[in-house]
Ligand binder design. Sequence first.
Ligand code: F0G
Length: 349
Amino acid sequence: MRKGILHSYERFFPLTERTPRLSLCEGDTPLVPLRNMGRELGVELYGKYDGLNPTGSFKDRGMVLAVSKALEEGAKALICASTGNTSASAAAYGAAAGIPCFVLLPAGKVAVGKLAQALIYGARVIAVRGNFDRALEMAREASREKGSLAIVNSVNPYRLFGQRSASWEICDELGDAPDWLVLPVGNAGNISAYCAGFEFYREIGRIEKLPRLMGVQAEGAAPLVKGSPVDEPETVATAIRIGHPVSADKARRAVEITSGQFLSVSDDEILDAQKMLASSDGIFAEPASCAPLAGLVKLRKNGRLPGGLRIVLVLTGNGLKDPDSAVSRVDLPVEIDGTPEALAEVLGL
Ligand code: F0G
């Protein structure tokens, strides 16, 4: 039975007797073989389907630990800035913990499903006229000024600690680390958490080698590919519309010590990959989560994807969160009269 990551990896986390064991049964997400895309690309391909977490993204892994520790330390309320998923997760765990949650979102730049989640879980939603980077500065400032207000962005070390659990699940299931792990990079927390998780598993002898970490950014928001911050980030993948990643240094180290790479893909490549993943392997992931597949397709096109590798794509968020971007790329329904003849015509019978 699923009991949540604080239960399944209890001994690996900094928990005390006084830490409440919150759980929305997060984690333990499937590692789905992507047979059709894998065949197409000439590799053994899997998707770590973290869009199946309780609030539909990987953020729940870090949030459950961050909120549990905040309760232990006497926090009276939570605050975060978000491109959408962190706010949905913070709002849900705030509700479960019974404390108020304030979320700062870039006004008009958050997918509708994520906004709906934060609102229905009962968070106080504040739309900031500015981008995510500005909203994060404001949230950090507010939590510095008010000690009882716990910030649950990835500047909170417990967030990244909890997110390590995904790397452990992958290794536990495969029996070793994959050759490559490919994931989207925004604020650069998750790639840093994966790296720390794999390093820990190597230290305790569960795996022999670290996988190459391949971090994929959107072309309009690619500070780690460019090597300098981007002041006006822009991309259809709003989850990773970030120009000043807080964990940039950790992410650079992660790529360096694993002989990995940062690469960028265009919005068109991201949306093509989203459609490909859904229509060829039956998985609907949000645009940011499809940047990794777009990255692999691009490497393959350029002859830089060696055959036969075992590769895990991290599918960070559920496609249902952002229906607008998906609908923008598909044929609309055919409308017919309610008669058998009209149906027969469409079916071509
Ligand atoms: N994929 C999704 C679906 C995300 O929501 C995010 C980040 C990322 C990838 C990138 O992860 O920031 O650790 O490099 N979303 C944050 C948020 C910023 O506010 O929900 P990262």
